[in-house]
Design a protein around this ligand. Structure first.
Ligand code: ZN
Length: 178
């Protein structure tokens, strides 16, 4: 999650496929993860894909879930501090300062241009998800004092994650040893 995701190429967007994934299937899979986690946004990096693709659920804002490929944010205005959580950091909620409004550009799954101007929760979702694509987590956005406070919580999550990885790897390693 700490790596910067790469841009999708024009060819990948035209084919609707990248790194062995049909992009529409990937978005469907991400949508399921989003709903299951009761989240409002998800970046491809959170499901192990290092490409610039995000899903933003704007249904609470009168919109609908939308996938944006190669999203770019510009013209950020204002600053709002509010509490954020993250599906990749269960139980962690921290205050993060974000632009109040921001312009989003990119393309959709069909390769058609996406141009939006968003504010409020929608602006926060896009900034959070583009941060993910840049390898930035909400805990990296904190000041030093706040970071010290959540550090233990994050360390515990990382321990859990490593344990889970080890449990997952063990059977495979046994097979490989044969
Ligand atoms: Zn997140």
């Amino acid at each position: 999650l700490a790596k910067r995701a790469r841009e999708l190429t024009g060819d990948e967007i035209a084919r609707g496929a990248a790194e062995g994934w049909n992009l529409a299937d990937l978005v469907d899979r991400m949508q399921v993860t989003l709903v299951a986690g009761k989240g409002v946004g998800l970046a491809a990096t959170q499901v192990g894909m290092g490409v610039r693709l995000l899903l933003a659920d704007l249904s609470r804002e009168g919109g609908r879930p939308m996938a944006v490929l190669n999203p770019v944010l510009s013209d950020g205005h204002g600053g709002v501090v509010d509490e954020e959580g993250c599906l990749s950091l269960p139980g962690v909620r921290v205050k993060v300062k974000r632009f109040a409004s921001v312009k989003v550009s990119g393309v959709d799954l069909k390769g058609e241009p996406v141009r939006l101007e968003v504010e409020g929760l929608a602006a926060r979702i896009f900034q959070h998800e583009v941060d993910h694509l840049d390898g930035i987590l909400i805990v990296n956005r904190l000041g030093m004092a706040a970071r010290l406070m959540v550090r233990r919580q994050v360390a515990e999550l990382e321990d859990e994650y490593r344990l889970r990885l080890r449990r997952k790897k063990t059977p495979n390693a046994a097979v490989a040893a044969k």
